[in-house]
Design a protein around this ligand. Structure first.
Ligand SMILES: [Zn+2]
Length: 338
């Protein structure tokens, strides 16, 4: 997934107000015509308020957990199994970085016991959405707790006008799930949060978390063993998603951000070319689902193979998909770094 970094800072509060306003309108509209039938919301005023008041006693007796986006859903589902009722806010395949909340999201949070987020400023949509949901009983799990964020471990070459460039993550780069060791901490945070919210099922959460952590340990070993053969392998990405992974396994990410989203000028292309030359780059990585002719022609010009590295922001909702996608990334890195 790609970031859309050129929104000016000045517009941010404004667009926040607009989207909140839009959200309110949407809630009203949906409440009136009942076209959304996914949940049994009654048609009286402020359904989300009513449900919040009578909060979360599920008929099944299960606690209701909402996870923000795909990796948080995998991790939560892995720890919860079928013991909790886990749903996802950002549909897989939808951009998380610039996601706009829907009325369904507000309703989901209004009736949930627990909300699981990545944190580190990734889920920009969340704060106003949680506010709208007015659920005083909501427990929030920030999976980035106890993780030391990094800003830019590797050089970031910014295409385009630097003054316009406004892509920064408040609190550090958020892509911690792409480092299996940090993913372990995320699992631990989810486990502890679920136990706090649902102590009766402590043993189940502990057992499930331990099993997933074991797999993460195995994955980490595989990464270490495979990538230690090519230390300092330098690669270019067009999404600043791999600084944690690069740091963990002694690789170097040169993130040339902005390319897939924005129209490139010849100057931008030249900057990317210069970066590739400057850093003795071995690999050029696009992302699954992004068909970009410019990247293809750039890779031809530079005589580098264009490969796909997956930031795991889209894909199957099955928790084991994390390991498949990470294995694919490892093979891609190993091949590219040879
Ligand atoms: Zn990302």
């Amino acid at each position: 997934m790609t970031q859309i970094p050129r929104k000016s800072k000045k517009n941010k509060p404004q667009s926040g107000i607009v989207s909140l306003f839009t959200l309110l309108i949407l809630i009203t509209v949906t409440g009136c015509n009942q076209t959304q039938t996914t949940s049994s919301i009654n048609t009286e005023q402020s359904p989300q308020l009513q449900e919040a008041a009578s909060t979360p006693i599920q008929k099944s007796g299960k606690i209701k957990v909402v996870a923000t986006f795909l990796p948080m859903y995998w991790f939560t589902k892995a720890v919860a199994g079928d013991t909790a009722d886990v749903t996802i806010l950002v549909p897989p395949g939808t951009e998380v970085h610039e996601y706009q909340a829907t009325p369904e999201n507000v309703r989901a949070i209004a009736t949930a016991n627990v909300l699981v987020k990545n944190g580190l400023g990734l889920e920009k949509f969340l704060e106003p959405t949680v506010k709208n949901a007015q659920n005083p009983k909501l427990t929030q799990i920030d999976t980035s707790k106890s993780i030391q964020p990094i800003e830019k471990i590797s050089p970031v070459v910014e295409a385009g006008n630097q003054e316009e460039h406004d892509h920064e993550h408040t609190g550090g780069n958020p892509h911690i799930w792409l480092d299996p060791v940090l993913a372990k901490q995320q699992i631990i945070n989810i486990r502890d949060g679920l136990i706090a919210a649902d102590t009766a099922n402590k043993n189940i959460y502990e057992t499930n978390a331990a099993a997933y952590i074991k797999q993460l340990d195995y994955l980490n070993n595989q990464y270490q063993q495979t990538l230690q053969k090519n230390p300092n392998c330098t690669f270019v990405t067009f999404h600043d998603a791999y600084p944690y992974l690069a740091k963990r396994y002694n690789l170097k990410q040169v993130a040339v951000v902005e390319i897939p989203e924005d129209q490139l000028t010849p100057t931008d292309v030249q900057k990317a070319v210069n970066a590739v030359k400057k850093y003795k780059v071995k690999a050029l990585f696009g992302e699954p689902g992004i068909d970009n002719k410019l990247l293809t022609s750039l890779s031809k010009d530079l005589n580098l193979t264009l490969r796909e590295l997956d930031s795991l922001e889209t894909g199957s909702t099955e928790p084991q998909h994390y390991f498949q996608a990470m294995q694919n990334n490892l093979q891609t890195l190993a091949t590219a770094c040879k």
